[in-house]
Design a binder for this molecule. Structure first.
Ligand code: DSN
Length: 429
C-alpha cells in the first residue's frame, strides 16, 4: 500500500491512520466513476483539515453570536465574493452543509408549509429533496412531479428528455408557488429558459438545483441558470471539485430570507473549515484551466457513451451532454441488474453506482441501470482513449462475471491505468 500524505497528522491514532491509508489506496488504485464524486485538490483538503474546524461562528460576517470571528468573517466574505463573481449572482450563502440542506433552506425561505412545488420525480432523474415520499420535503410541502418523455427507438429522437409539455400542463393545472429544475440522474443539458417561461406563465418562482453540473456551469460548458432562476442551489464537491458541502445563490430580494432560512432556520454553527475550502475551490474554478477541464469532462463522457454503446449497452436518452452516462443494462444482458453490475465492477476495481432508469421495472435497491461519471477520472488526467478503454473493461468484466479469473484480469488492467493516472501524483509525505 502506498503511503497517504494525510495520515502523518494522526499517527498517534493507528486505527484511523490505517483506515485513511486504506481509503487513499482504494481511491488511487481503482477507478472512481461515481457521477457525484471527484478528487479535490490538496489545497481544498488542507483547508478542510485546518484550524478553522475549531471555531464557532453562528451568524454571518459582521453579525456573529461568538467572539473571535474577525478572521472567520474574512474567510466567509472571501468565499461569498468569489462565488458571486464566479456565477454573476447578486447574493451567495456558503453555509449549507450539503445540497439537501440548501434545497430545504430555499423551500423554507420562499414557501409556507403545504405550498405546492413542481419538481422532477426521483425515479425519472430528480433528487430525494424534489419531493420523494421518502424525504421530509414531501411531508412539509405538496409536490407535483414531472418526468421525461417516453423512450423512443428512433436514434435521431431517442426520447427520455425532460417533458416540457408535461411541465407546462402540470404548472397550469396546479399553479405551484415554486418550480424546481435540475436532476441527479439525467445525462442531458438542462436549459433554464423554458423553465423560466413556464414559471412566468403561472407566476411561480424558479429554483435551479445545479448540484451535479455546477462545475460545468462555472467552466462555461453548460448554460448559467443565474440570469433565469430566482434561486440556484448546488453542491460544491461534484463537478465543482471542492469540499463536501452546499451553497445557494439568489437575487438580492431573497437574500435575507435565504440567509435566515439557513441560519437559524435549519443549521447552527457553519463549518468554516469547509467554507475556506469552498473559497479555494471557487478560486480554482475561476482559473483559465477550469473551462479546459470541464470541456474535457464532457468530451470524455461523450466518448464513454459511444464506446459503451458499441459494447451493446443502451444509453438512456441515447447519449450524454454532461459528465454522466445513465446505462440501461437490459439490452446488454436482460438478467443483469444494476445491483449485480455494481458488485461485479467493485470486484474489478471500477467504482460505480446502480441507478433506477425511467420506468424501471426493478426496485430502487436492485435497478436496471448503472450511473457512470467522468469528472473524477478527468481530474486524474484521463482523456477519450482511456474512457474507451474503460468501456471495454466494463463490458469484459460484466460479460465474464461468472469467471473470477477474468474479473481479476480486468482488476489488473485497472491497476495499470490508475498507476498511470494518479490524481495525487507527486503529492506524497
Ligand atoms: N447522492 C447524490 C448523487 O449521487 O447524485 C445526490 O444527493
Amino acid at each position: 500500500m502506498s503511503p497517504s500524505p494525510f495520515d502523518s497528522w494522526i499517527t498517534n491514532d493507528s486505527e484511523v491512520s490505517s483506515l485513511l491509508a486504506q481509503e487513499w489506496d482504494r481511491q488511487t488504485t481503482t477507478l472512481q466513476l461515481i457521477a457525484s464524486e471527484n478528487f479535490a485538490s490538496p489545497a481544498v483538503m488542507a483547508a478542510t483539515g485546518s484550524v478553522l474546524t475549531n471555531k464557532y461562528s453562528e451568524g454571518y460576517p459582521g453579525r456573529r453570536y461568538y467572539g473571535g470571528n474577525q478572521i472567520v468573517d474574512e474567510v466567509e466574505d472571501l468565499a461569498r465574493r468569489r462565488l458571486t463573481a464566479l456565477f454573476g449572482a447578486d447574493h451567495a450563502n456558503v453555509q449549507p452543509h450539503s445540497g439537501a440542506n440548501a434545497n430545504v433552506a430555499v423551500y423554507q425561505a420562499l414557501l409556507d408549509p403545504g405550498d405546492t412545488i413542481l419538481a422532477m420525480r426521483l425515479d425519472q432523474g430528480g433528487h430525494l429533496t424534489h419531493g420523494s415520499p421518502a424525504s421530509m420535503t414531501s411531508k412539509a410541502w405538496h409536490f407535483v412531479s414531472y418526468g421525461v418523455t417516453p423512450r423512443n427507438d428512433d436514434p435521431e429522437n431517442p426520447g427520455e428528455l425532460i417533458d416540457f409539455d408535461n411541465v407546462r400542463e402540470l404548472a397550469h393545472a396546479h399553479r405551484p408557488k415554486l418550480i424546481v429544475a435540475g436532476a441527479t440522474a439525467y445525462a442531458r443539458r438542462i436549459n433554464p429558459e423554458p423553465f423560466r417561461e413556464i414559471a412566468n406563465e403561472v407566476g411561480a418562482l424558479l429554483m435551479f438545483d445545479s448540484a451535479h453540473v455546477a462545475g460545468l456551469i462555472a467552466g462555461g460548458s453548460h448554460p448559467n441558470p443565474v440570469p433565469f432562476a430566482d434561486v440556484v442551489t448546488f453542491t460544491t464537491h461534484k463537478t465543482l471539485r471542492g469540499p463536501r458541502g452546499g451553497a445557494i445563490l439568489c437575487r438580492e430580494e431573497f437574500a435575507k430570507k435565504v440567509d435566515s432560512a439557513v441560519f437559524p432556520g435549519m443549521q447552527g454553527g457553519p463549518l468554516e473549515n469547509a467554507i475556506a475550502a469552498k473559497a479555494v475551490a471557487f478560486h480554482e474554478a475561476s482559473q483559465s484551466s477550469f473551462p479546459v477541464y470541464t470541456d474535457q469532462i464532457v468530451k470524455n463522457s461523450v466518448a464513454f457513451a459511444s464506446a459503451l454503446t458499441k459494447e451493446g449497452f443502451r444509453m438512456v436518452s441515447g447519449g450524454t451532454e454532461n459528465h454522466m452516462v445513465l446505462v440501461d443494462l437490459r439490452e446488454f444482458d436482460a438478467d443483469l441488474t444494476g445491483k449485480e453490475a455494481q458488485e461485479v465492477l467493485d470486484r474489478a476495481g471500477i467504482t460505480t453506482n446502480r441507478n433506477t432508469i425511467p420506468d424501471d421495472p426493478r426496485s430502487p435497491f436492485v435497478t436496471s441501470g448503472l450511473r457512470l461519471g467522468s469528472a473524477a477520472q478527468t481530474t486524474a488526467g484521463m482523456k477519450e482513449p482511456e474512457f474507451e478503454a474503460i468501456a471495454a473493461l466494463i463490458a469484459h468484466a460484466l460479460r465474464s462475471r461468472a469467471n473470477e479469473d477474468a474479473v481479476a484480469s480486468v482488476r489488473e488492467d485497472v491497476g495499470v491505468l490508475c498507476h498511470d493516472f494518479n490524481p495525487y501524483a507527486g503529492f506524497t509525505k
